[in-house]
Write a protein that binds this ligand. Structure first.
Ligand SMILES: Nc1ncnc2c1ncn2[C@@H]1O[C@H](COP(=O)(O)OP(=O)(O)OP(=O)(O)O)[C@@H](O)[C@H]1O
Length: 585
């Protein structure tokens, strides 16, 4: 599948996706047409059977032959239907597999910040539900569409050779379908469908948030109704579905009721012709069966329009990811042995004209530790994340060893920067794999890293030690323990640049001491940027950068800042006072 150009949309995009398994789908289509042709044979044979039964003298052999042919045709039609379904399903699941693989690949190449910012409910809908719907289109809608076209064409063609007046009467449902389509699935319907999807996505994310927030909701004694956002999105979705149905239902209802009674005009004209000696009884039966029977696949066609709208809307969302702006690397520079980090007049905003960082400059010399401190929202985490290119700066540059990080190969950048986040993510696999993280390291090296990160003791106490799986049925670790697992990962990675975002956030004093000990081992000879709220943990850093509202307020050592920076002195006093703070009941 080529994703070089701007994506198509709607049915042409769906056909483009389906086109990746064109040959298999052509086979499915040919089999579906063959099925359609064979499936009318038993009905057509009824015509000849009745003629043979009414003939005098009746030829039993001829009747028997027709009955045998009709049974054979019915069985063969089902075999072909099965084969067509198999071919279209194999094509569909292969396409789905390929799409999911491409999505995973692409998500890996989008800026890390994109994933962080994207709402997990909406992403889940795209990756799971929207992709799944494409299966419906490929495996069911395409064969249905082929049948819906082939069967009427063949049947009506045959009926015209038998009696043109009755054949013309049998065409009425098709004419009706052509007239009603624009009313049923016109512009208003499309607009409503787009709104339906947006509302479904909001509900999905509302549900995910509601489930995540359950402990807080319970603690505050609220229920689903009191959780405003949840009840709003559910309510909005309900209204949307009602509006959607009341727009589509009237025209759809008229169409369905007419189609369901399509026998009537054929019966009326047929009886008239029969009694005026224009046709035989067998011809009348033939039209009552086939002149109405070809309509059945049209039912599938009538729901195809909305189905395709739903599916292609999902594909549009999917394409937003598949064609999303990747981070460009303007060169393929290699990193040398200089791992100093420099922020050079860096400005960056999550939204346009709203800077989270405004003209920030500071340098972290190789092998030294710089701490970023400042009030909440002052831009510390943003600055730290920019080093690993979660996002790209809007202006200015971040240099490593004097080279703009946008010119360094991404894999090389990632290899040389280790990150310890505030929240640690654990995978549902063994503790061993959770530390190894796919790196090419031996078991001994993993244990050594776990030892250095002060994790070995608690891992050893787990039922299967390092092989204990994480998650529902396996190990459950405290926040501080998980953070030490993160440290073990970072120690094992042994990258020359290390970014620590609140590495001791979850720790009690004993844990903090252990983590600090692990950190000391980890930090030696590394270029380190550390974010810490507890100022006592960073007094010995080589440099402290004080941030305020996205800008650098001051920089220097702890002593220098105490002497020169009022803001830092204030923060330090607040911190030391907090040490004496006690709750009074
Ligand atoms: N993903 C995001 N999308 C939009 N705005 C964001 C995002 N992350 C942070 N911000 C905004 O950018 C500004 C800086 O946030 P940042 O998290 O960098 O501050 P911080 O100093 O690390 O705060 P804290 O100490 O509370 O973690 C804040 O105004 C914040 O609201």
């Amino acid at each position: 599948m080529s994703h070089e150009n701007q994506p198509k949309s709607g049915i042409s995009r769906l056909l483009e996706i389906a086109g990746t398994k064109r040959n298999l789908l052509i086979v499915a289509g040919v089999l579906a047409v063959a099925h359609a042709l064979l499936s009318i044979v038993p009905y057509a044979l009824v015509y000849y059977i009745i003629d043979a039964l009414l003939a005098t003298p009746m030829d039993v052999e001829v009747v028997r032959l027709y009955i045998f042919r009709s049974v054979f045709a019915a069985v063969a039609a089902y075999v072909l239907l099965y084969a067509s379904g198999m071919a279209s399903h194999v094509a569909a699941f292969n396409i789905l597999y390929e799409l999911r693989r491409q999505m995973a690949d692409k998500l890996g190449r989008l800026p890390l910040g994109f994933i962080n910012r994207s709402n997990s409910g909406a992403l889940k809908k795209i990756l799971a539900d929207d992709v799944e719907r494409i299966e419906n289109f490929i495996a069911h809608s395409i064969p249905d569409l082929v049948k819906a076209v082939a069967l009427p064409v063949v049947t009506l063609g045959y009926l015209f050779t038998v009696n043109w007046q009755l054949a013309l009467t049998s065409c009425i449902p098709i004419v009706l379908l052509a007239v009603m389509m624009p009313f049923m699935f016109g512009k208003k319907f499309k607009a409503m469908l787009a709104e339906y999807h947006t509302s479904l996505e909001s509900m999905n994310s509302g549900i995910v948030e509601f489930v995540r927030a359950m402990p807080v909701i319970k603690i505050f004694g609220h229920n689903a109704e009191r959780f405003d956002k949840y009840s709003q999105v559910v309510h909005r979705f309900k209204q949307m579905v009602i509006a959607y149905n009341s727009t589509a239902s009237p025209a759809f209802g008229v169409f369905i009721s007419f189609i369901s009674n399509a026998t009537l005009p054929v019966l009326a004209v047929g009886l008239y012709l029969y009694f005026s000696n224009g046709i035989t009884l067998s011809t009348l039966f033939l039209f009552l069966i086939l002149g109405v029977g070809y309509i059945r696949p049209l039912f599938a066609l009538s729901t195809l329009g909305p189905q395709i709208s739903v599916i292609s809307h999902g594909v549009t969302r999917l394409d937003e990811i598949l064609f999303g702006q990747e981070q460009e690397t303007e060169g393929d520079a290699h990193m040398g042995m200089d791992f100093s980090v420099q922020f050079k007049n860096v400005s960056f905003g999550y939204q346009k004209h709203q800077y989270a960082l405004d003209n920030v400059s500071f340098e972290v010399q190789q092998g030294t530790i710089t701490a970023l401190v400042g009030p909440s929202g002052s831009g510390k985490s943003t600055a730290a994340q920019l080093v690993a290119r979660f996002w790209d700066v809007d202006s200015g540059a971040i240099l490593i060893g004097g080279q703009d990080i946008r010119k360094i190969r991404p894999e090389e950048l990632m290899r040389n920067v280790a990150f310890v986040f505030q929240d640690s993510f654990m995978f549902e696999q063994s503790i061993f794999e959770n530390i190894r993280m796919g790196m090419d390291r031996t078991r001994d090296e993993v244990i050594e890293a776990a030892n250095a990160a002060q994790c070995h003791a608690f891992i050893d106490r787990l039922p299967f030690g390092y092989d204990t799986p994480w998650g529902h049925s396996g190990a459950h670790l405290s926040g501080g323990e998980q953070q030490r697992i993160q440290l073990a990962r970072a120690i094992l990675k042994d990258a020359p640049i290390l970014v620590l975002d609140e590495a001791t956030a979850f720790s009690d004093p004993e844990n903090e001491y252990l983590i600090q000990a692990a950190l000391n081992k980890l930090l030696s000879n590394k270029t380190v940027i550390v974010i810490a709220h507890r100022l006592s943990t960073i007094t010995a850093c080589d440099q402290i950068v004080v941030m305020r509202q996205g800008a650098v307020e001051a920089k220097g050592t702890h002593e220098e800042l105490l002497a020169e920076c009022l803001m830092y002195t204030g923060m330090w006093h607040a911190h030391t006072r907090a040490g004496d703070f006690a709750l009074n009941y």
